[in-house]
Design a protein around this ligand. Structure first.
Ligand code: FES
Length: 156
């Protein structure tokens, strides 16, 4: 058996403490701490604001052209942020972007047709924004939208 000196033992123990106290999802930045989810920002060229409406040219945003895709908008037009999910053919669901527990961004989970907080708290919401499970107790805000041709109009 190798002879381990006290100093080497303490060094190894300190390293182990640092490793075990780091969040396992921290390799790419843990959403619990960064508050940023996995949903991509909308392409700026796909978005125009007219009064209280956001007009999205679906032909310029590939992530929204397919069912199951989603994007977020968090800019000067919508500082609080919204998430847009293409849930079914010609059907889009728009909700506020931030989980009502501690403000981590939510993502769209197409397999289960719901919004899910990206944090370890994992609060989940129906497509209507209602709470399903998790630490969040308040619903997400929903936004009205309509589709005409290639344009998705969202009332903000
Ligand atoms: S911030 Fe979403 S569950 Fe805590």
């Amino acid at each position: 058996m190798p002879d381990i000196k006290r100093r080497d033992f303490l060094k190894a123990s300190a390293t182990a403490v640092v490793v075990t106290s780091t969040c396992l999802c921290g390799l790419n930045g843990c959403s619990t701490f960064t508050k940023i989810g996995h949903t991509q920002e909308i392409k700026p060229e796909a978005l125009v604001r007219k009064g209280n409406k956001l007009l999205i040219d679906l032909s310029k945003e590939p992530l929204l052209s397919r069912v199951g895709g989603a994007v977020k908008i968090k800019n000067e037009h919508v500082p609080q942020g919204i998430i847009i999910a293409h849930t079914e053919e010609n059907a889009y669901q728009i909700a506020s972007l931030l989980c009502t527990h501690r403000g981590v961004e939510v993502d769209y989970d197409h397999k289960n047709k719901r919004f899910e907080c990206a944090s370890l708290g994992s609060s989940t919401y129906t497509l209507d924004g209602q709470n399903i499970k998790g630490l969040a107790k308040k619903p997400l805000q929903k936004y009205e939208a309509s589709v005409s041709g290639n344009v998705l109009a969202i009332r903000i």
